[in-house]
Every structure is written in structure tokens, then in C-alpha cells.
Design a protein around this ligand. Structure first.
Ligand code: BDR
Ligand code: CA
Length: 298
């Protein structure tokens, strides 16, 4: 199984990497994108986390400096000035690869005889570019898991940047629009699931965290009083699909400015053909048990 993670670490992206490695998912590569922070920092952070995990095998490819057409909006206020909760982790021993992330993604998927599993936990800029370079690779993607969007399907499915839109989709709506039109039919885990306090780090859960996880979560958790596990939950849907429920919908992405920017418009009537498989339920207890057990090993 060939798995690639495209991400913007970011505290919860870092936890998602820890989760994947602890669960022995063999990552072919990590590709990085600008989102929670500038791309140099998200790349540096991916390398730092891999170092802490003793993973010097996984190459890191640095990707897009910013969204396809818009200016970058970062989330430093949540992830800290270093993007990892100001945790002061040691600098990485390795450097990023020379090839650009989207070129690598397009080439890797195209040249591999095995189909590739793609997980995206940041803005979809690199992926949209890869699909533009070699559109036929869409057919070689075995599964595609995205953390992003809010779909108004559960009481938690409302925006976390504007009233209507979620950070990853808000950051690069044009890339999201392109990916949703690409014919990939991704599995999408959005705020409907991840904003539920029942799957977040709350006082009780924070009390049992240890090691690196505690170190990177501490500052944002103390600031916000809760820490949402957006990206680890998306990763859980890849590793443990049985603890989630998904439903196919046709979703369009708003390119308007203002509150609608990056908003997901869901066809609940079922008139248009589905283009995405949206998560609407998770077994909270199972997720927390699996996640906490895994990260306690690293
Ligand atoms: C998403 O935005 C980022 O800040 C998180 O890493 C996550 O991928 C949640 O809206
Ligand atoms: Ca992220």
C-alpha cells in the first residue's frame, strides 16, 4: 500500500503524522503546503516531527508557497509562532527534497504501478496543481481522504473561519473547487465531525497526554480551553473506516468573497451526481481509544 500525506504542520497535522507512524502506516512521502504557516515552516515542522519519531526514512517535499490565486492567511494564533505550539522542538537533522511537492505528487502517482492512497490535511493547493499537471493520475488514486469543509450535516458542521467556511477550504477555495470537480470522489472529514467536543482534547484528555503530544498541544489547549483533533480524525477515517459513517453527496465550492469563501454547498436533494463522500458520524469512544493508545507509544 502506497500512502502519501499532504499537510501543513500545524499542531494537529503533527499529531496526525504521529498517529500514522504509531499505527505503522508506511508513508512513501510527506508533501507540505502553506496553510497553518508559511511553507518553509510547515516543511521544517514535518521534518522536526519525523526526527522526534526517529523516522529518517520518509522524504519531505516542500510545496506551494501560497494558494492558487489568493494571498495566504495563516493560523499562527492557534498553532503558535513556530507552528508547533511554541514547543521548541529541536531543529531537524535532514532537509527537504529538491523536487517540488506537486511535481513529485504528479510524477509519483503516474509512474507507480501500484495505486496510491492520498491523505490531505491542509489546503488543497499541491493536489490541485498535481491534478492539473497530469489529469489522468486521478484514476490511479485508490483512496483520497481530505480533512476540510463544513457541510451543515451535524450540529458541529459550521465554519471555523467565517460563519460558513472551514480553514483549509477557505485558504484555497479555487484549489478545493478544482479537486471537487476532478472526478476523484474523495472521502471528506469536515468540521461536522471534528468540531464535536466529544472527540476533542478537553481537560480530562489533556490530563492523560504525555511526551511530544502534550508538549505541542499544551499552549493552544490552554489558550482555547479545548483542542480539536481535526487532522488525526481524518487520518483515523483512513486507518479505521469502520468507525465512521459516510454518505455520498454532490458538493460545490463557493468562490465568492466574504463569508461564503470556500463554503461547501451540499445537494441534499440528491439531484446532481455525487462527487464526494462526506463523513457524518464517528464512534467517538473508539476514535479516542485508538488515537490515545497510538500516540502514547511515540
Ligand atoms: C484545519 O485547519 C487547520 O488549522 C488544521 O490543521 C486543520 O487541518 C481545521 O479547520
Ligand atoms: Ca492541517
Amino acid at each position: 500500500m502506497k500512502v502519501i500525506l499532504d499537510c501543513d504542520p500545524g499542531v494537529d497535522d503533527a499529531l496526525a503524522i504521529m498517529f500514522l507512524i504509531a499505527e505503522k502506516v508506511k508513508l512513501e512521502a510527506i508533501t507540505t503546503v502553506a496553510g497553518n504557516h508559511e511553507v518553509d515552516k510547515t516543511s521544517y515542522n514535518a521534518l522536526r516531527i519525523l526526527d522526534v519519531l526517529g523516522e529518517d526514512r520518509v522524504p519531505v517535499y516542500r510545496g506551494s508557497k501560497g494558494p492558487l490565486t489568493r494571498s495566504l492567511v495563516t493560523a499562527e494564533h492557534i498553532h503558535g509562532s513556530d507552528g508547533l505550539g511554541d514547543s521548541n522542538l529541536p531543529p531537524p537533522k535532514r532537509k527537504v527534497e529538491k523536487e517540488d511537492a506537486s511535481e513529485f505528487l504528479a510524477r509519483f502517482v503516474d509512474e507507480n504501478t501500484d495505486k496510491v492512497h492520498l491523505i490531505a490535511t491542509g489546503p488543497l493547493t499541491n493536489i490541485a496543481k498535481a491534478f492539473r499537471y497530469r489529469p489522468w493520475i486521478v484514476k490511479k488514486i485508490e483512496s483520497f481522504t481530505i480533512m476540510g469543509g463544513c457541510f451543515f450535516l451535524t450540529p458541529f458542521g459550521y465554519g471555523n473561519v467565517t460563519k460558513l467556511s472551514e480553514f483549509n477550504f477557505f485558504t484555497d477555495p479555487e484549489a478545493t473547487y478544482y479537486v471537487f470537480k476532478s472526478g476523484t470522489k474523495p472521502n471528506v472529514v469536515g468540521l461536522d465531525i471534528t468540531q464535536d467536543p466529544g472527540v476533542a482534547i478537553t481537560d480530562q484528555i489533556f490530563g492523560i497526554l504525555e511526551g511530544v503530544a502534550k508538549r505541542i498541544v499544551e499552549k493552544p489547549f490552554r489558550k482555547l480551553g479545548i483542542f480539536h483533533l481535526h487532522d488525526p480524525i481524518a487520518v483515523a477515517s483512513f486507518i479505521y473506516p469502520d468507525i465512521f459513517k459516510f454518505k455520498l453527496f454532490n458538493v460545490s465550492i463557493s468562490l465568492y468573497d466574504g463569508d461564503e469563501r470556500g463554503m461547501c454547498i451540499v445537494d441534499r436533494r440528491g439531484i446532481y451526481s455525487p462527487n464526494a463522500n462526506i463523513a457524518y458520524k464517528v464512534n467517538r469512544r473508539e476514535f479516542l481509544l485508538k488515537f490515545l493508545k497510538a500516540i502514547s507509544k511515540v
